[in-house]
Ligand binder design. Structure first.
Ligand SMILES: [Zn+2]
Length: 510
């Protein structure tokens, strides 16, 4: 027994059973199971506009005092998103009003703004009804791939000025896996699950030399770079009996549901009529699990691993900054991290045989670690995917070393050594095109070599100094987008690189 061994959670709420008892079958026509990848025909039923829809929006701020408002607005620390969405579940359509309030990030007048619009990576999914740019004249806008370009008229967007963009748009959700040539993305729906992830236009980072930073999607890996932002989100459901998992617990129940989350990379939802809910409080953090019926054994195991990992990583990496963490059983074979919520591959639930020596547990703790390495400290996922993936794969090892030391050898042999990973870690998601199996080589280098590198670093530094370094890396880069340079610059304060000729095995050195 050690401190990371947990009791079984004291209570398990099986909302699904209650819902089944109460649920009067809604008038939704369920979509057939999507076993087919890349369907060539859109399977959405005819969409009927919800004419009576009343979008929920926050009233305009009004000054109640006589005092004159301050003429020069204070630049915002982070972009502020206010998103009101209506989910038409039977038609798998989302009607959205989005406001983004943000400050000119450049030290100069800007005539153009680029937003990144991930849903436009799917054909026929994203359509804009209206865009306005506050008091500034919006001359035109265009949508190319995942980039939404806005061209402002004179006088342009002044340095230091705040701007409120309003975008009204509709999503006709795709079936999951509907994007030809791409790996499974959680975005879209199956017969069991509707996932709103990367589902709204978002502000990319701005770089002085190159401007707005938007990468192209790739056939694997992630391509988005998320500046931290604040979110006020409301979700209206027209259909009774739906259970909603989200990046945060709702601040107000009912319909619509309201959510608030600060310093977050994104805000996501997963919705199903079938979820059973697990819930536990871990030192003030609400931990939730959403699983499908008949998966209580593996669901409980993944949930407990999440709790253990959350406790362990708070010790190793520093406090968890969000009020909740949610695990969702994916209706697809892939794990994926988001702020405050992660998806766990359906396949790992199916394969679970009752031991911690399983991918269900390894990947649950991997995805939990992303709340630090992705959430609290973000990175350019396209150009430096190793920065979060190596740390999270290593975090699996850290979990076994602390909670199940007898299973460390299993982890090395099953998760890493069996693939005999070699090669440089510091490559972008586009940097594997010389290989027949790009994904395999990307995975081996970024995740597995990445974990080997960090384990070797821990051996070199000793556990205490190594974890102090990681904690400091987390603190210094909290809510920022860190780079490999930041990582090594800080590491240089802890050790002498001249003693580390083995680094060449993993990195291209100057
Ligand atoms: Zn990962």
């Amino acid at each position: 027994m050690n401190k990371y061994d947990f009791q079984k959670p004291t209570w398990l709420i099986i909302i699904g059973l209650v819902i089944l008892g109460m649920w009067i079958t809604p008038g939704c026509s369920k979509v057939e199971e999507t076993a087919v990848i890349n369907p060539t025909l859109p399977l959405l039923p005819e969409v009927t506009p919800s004419a009576t829809l009343q979008l929920v929006s926050t009233p305009e701020a009004t000054f109640t005092e006589e005092a004159t408002p301050i003429p020069t607005p204070v630049p915002l620390e982070r972009p502020q998103y206010e998103i009101s969405a209506y989910l038409d579940y039977p038609n798998q359509q989302v009607i959205v009003e989005e406001r983004i309030l943000f400050s000119n990030p450049a030290g100069k007048v800007l005539q153009e703004i680029d937003l990144v619009v991930p849903p436009n990576n799917w054909w026929g999914v994203f359509s804009i009804q209206e865009i306005t740019a506050g008091d500034l004249p919006l001359e035109r806008y265009s949508l190319t791939g995942v980039k939404l370009n806005l061209v402002l008229g004179d006088p342009g967007w002044q340095p230091g000025e705040n701007l409120e963009l309003r975008i009204q748009y509709t999503l006709n959700l795709p079936q999951q896996n509907a994007l030809a040539g791409y790996g499974p993305s959680p975005f879209g729906y199956t017969s069991l699950q509707t996932n709103l992830v990367d589902w709204y236009p978002m502000v990319p980072p701005y770089q002085e030399d190159t401007g707005w930073l938007i990468h192209d999607p790739w056939i694997f890996g992630e391509y988005l770079v998320y500046p931290a932002a604040d979110f006020e989100v409301s979700l209206k459901l027209g259909t009774p009996g739906l259970i909603v998992a989200a990046s945060a617990a709702p601040t107000a129940e009912g319909d619509p549901l309201h959510y608030s989350l600060t310093a977050a990379r994104n805000f996501v939802f997963s919705i199903s009529p079938e979820y059973q809910v697990l819930e536990e409080d871990l030192n003030g953090v609400k931990v939730l699990g959403y699983i499908f019926p008949y998966y209580q054994g593996p669901g409980q195991a993944a949930f407990e691993a999440t709790l253990q990992a959350l406790a362990l990583y708070q010790d190793l990496y520093g406090p968890y900054q969000q009020p909740s963490l949610t695990m969702v059983q994916a209706d697809f074979n892939h794990g994926m991290e988001y702020e405050g919520l992660y998806f766990q591959s359906r396949g790992f639930f199916d394969l679970y045989a009752g031991s911690e020596k399983s991918y269900l547990v390894s990947i649950a703790v991997h995805e939990t670690a992303h709340q630090w390495w992705y959430g609290q400290v973000a990175n350019d996922q396209a150009l430096e995917p190793w920065l979060d993936e190596a740390l999270c794969t290593f975090s699996e090892l850290a979990y076994y070393e602390h909670a199940y030391p007898q299973s460390v050898d299993w982890w090395w042999s099953t998760r890493v050594n069996i693939y005999q990973p070699t090669g440089r870690i510091d490559r972008s998601i586009y940097g594997f095109q010389e290989y027949d199996d790009q994904y395999l080589n990307y995975r081996n280098a970024t995740y597995l070599q990445g974990a080997k590198f960090l384990a070797a670093l821990k051996d070199q530094m000793g556990d205490e100094a190594f974890y102090l370094f990681l904690k400091e890396y987390g603190t210094r880069n909290q809510d920022q987008i860190a780079t490999g340079e930041d990582f090594f610059q800080l590491l240089g304060e802890y050790l002498d690189f001249n003693e580390m000729d083995w680094l060449e095995e993993y990195f291209l050195l100057d």
